[in-house]
Each structure stands twice: as structure tokens, then as C-alpha cells.
Ligand binder design. Structure first.
Ligand code: F6R
Length: 260
């Protein structure tokens, strides 16, 4: 696990975008996994700039979302398919084509079956080359909440009270408007990505980052499963890194990492 500690969101986003685009450019298997929430937004902004300036395009790349709310209106701006459309889809954004954006079907009559089908779609696509992740303050990745299976496949999950409180800011600060259920890639699904990269900034993430990097692997903090992944990078700011005991060592190791 490489841990990169950055002074601000902009330098973090530039470094993360540099790595993501390098991996995709060099790979013959152009499939990315994309996250929603606020953490990847500066990275998506940088990808739009790179597309505008002709440095990189997501045209021809397939993108699989990590998760989707169940029971959210099709045209709701916080439906994750709509968030990703707004951020990434189109020649005026990153070049990603609508038909290349895959999201779990949160409005399917049978959500369990929709989850199974989504997992199969990822397999049929030959898996994910690089999976982008955020982390919840309770340690979730995707929407794999505490004490689920560390080997789960894409499945239906219910959101913790903590996650719904955290996400109320996307729903007019009204927790009752935050959906209670979602379809999420499982931890086993995420672990099959060839490479993963996780972005976290701010004080609210400091406990989860401490557990992720230095805690024991445990279903209580689902993100800790990434310690078992052979190819993971963690991009964090100084505040999110503030509870790490060995931060200086991680900085030194980051400097000496071998680029992909
Ligand atoms: C979103 C997702 C979640 C978020 C996490 C952090 O697709 O899977 O795991 O990454 O809840 O959200 P933010 O970035 O808004 O703090």
C-alpha cells in the first residue's frame, strides 16, 4: 500500500489524475471503476481539463460505478448515474460515452437480481483495470457498511445512520430524504480490480484512514480489506493523515515508489 500525503485538494487531484490517466493510457484493457460523493470531484475536474486541453480522453474507456441508491427518482440529480453523467459524460466533459457508463439498476423491480447482473457485467467486461474509491467516515468503501462479508459480491445493502447523516448534505440537509438502501459492488468485487486508488480529505476521514492504513483487517472497518490488495494507492491530505503514526515513513515510501 502506498500512501501519498498532499498539502491540498488540488495537488492531490493532479497527482491522482496523472496516475489514473497513465494507467489507462498504458493498459490495453480500458475499464475504470468510478466513485461518487465529494472526494473524487476535484479529480473529475482535472480529467475534464485534460480532455479540454487534449491531454487525455475517456472516449473508448468503459466505466463502472461503485454503487447506486435504490428507490431514487430517475431524474434526481443525486442518483449516481446522473452525478456521473454530469461529471464525466460527453465531449464537453471527459469524452466518456453514455453507453460506456455502467451503473447498477437501482430502480429494478428485483434489486437482488439487479445486483447479481451488475456483478456479472463487470466479469463479462473482463474486470476493472483501476478502481477509484472514496471512504466513509465509518470506514465503508462502495457502500459496504461495517460487519458485512469481506468477500461479498455486488449486493443490496442498507445504509448506516452515520452514512445517511453524512450524505444528508446532498439531500437539502434532510436525512429523511437520503435513501435507505443501495446496490453496491461487494468487497470481493472491488478486490478483483487490478489496481485500486482511494481518495480522502478532511478531518472527518482521519479515524477511517488511521484504521485503513494502520488498523487490523476487520469487517468493522470494511476499507481495511485493501491491506490485502497487492496494488493500492491512498491519496490523502494532511488533515486526513493526521492520526497516522508512521506518516513520515509513508512519505518516504511514496517518494520511492515505482510508477506504473
Ligand atoms: C460513493 C461511494 C462512497 C463514498 C463515501 C465517501 O460512490 O461509494 O463510498 O466514496 O461515502 O463520500 P464523500 O466522498 O462524499 O465523503
Amino acid at each position: 500500500m502506498y500512501v501519498g500525503i498532499f498539502p491540498d485538494k488540488k495537488s492531490l487531484a493532479e497527482a491522482a489524475a496523472h496516475h489514473l490517466t497513465q494507467v489507462i493510457t498504458e493498459s490495453t484493457h480500458k475499464v475504470i471503476g468510478v466513485a461518487t460523493g465529494s472526494s473524487p470531484l476535484p479529480l473529475y475536474e482535472e480529467l475534464r481539463r485534460m480532455h479540454r486541453d487534449g491531454e487525455f480522453t475517456l472516449r473508448g474507456v468503459r466505466a463502472f460505478a461503485l454503487d447506486e441508491y435504490i428507490g431514487i427518482d430517475d431524474d434526481h440529480p443525486e442518483r449516481y448515474r446522473n452525478v456521473l453523467r454530469t461529471e464525466l459524460v460527453g465531449e464537453d466533459k471527459t469524452g466518456l460515452r453514455e453507453e460506456d457508463l455502467m451503473t447498477p439498476d437501482g430502480s429494478a423491480p428485483n434489486a437482488v437480481e439487479a445486483a447479481r447482473i451488475y456483478d456479472q457485467h463487470i466479469r463479462d467486461a473482463g474486470g476493472i483495470t483501476i478502481q477509484l474509491l472514496g471512504i466513509g467516515s465509518d470506514g465503508h468503501i462502495g457502500f459496504n457498511e461495517p460487519a458485512g462479508s469481506l468477500a461479498s459480491r455486488t449486493h443490496v445493502e442498507i445504509l448506516t445512520q452515520k452514512t445517511r447523516e453524512d450524505n444528508a448534505r446532498f439531500f437539502e440537509d434532510d436525512i429523511d430524504k437520503v435513501p435507505t438502501r443501495c446496490i453496491t459492488q461487494g468487497l470481493g468485487t472491488i478486490m478483483e480490480a487490478h489496481e485500486t486508488m482511494l481518495i480522502a480529505t478532511g478531518e472527518k476521514k482521519a479515524d477511517a484512514i488511521r484504521e485503513l492504513v494502520e488498523g487490523a483487517v476487520s469487517a468493522k472497518w470494511p476499507a481495511t480489506i485493501l491491506q490485502m490488495h497487492p496494488n493500492t494507492r491512498i491519496y490523502i491530505d494532511e488533515v486526513a493523515a493526521s492520526k497516522l503514526e508512521l506518516a513520515d515513513f509513508y512519505r518516504a515510501r511514496w517518494e520511492q515508489r515505482h510508477e506504473a
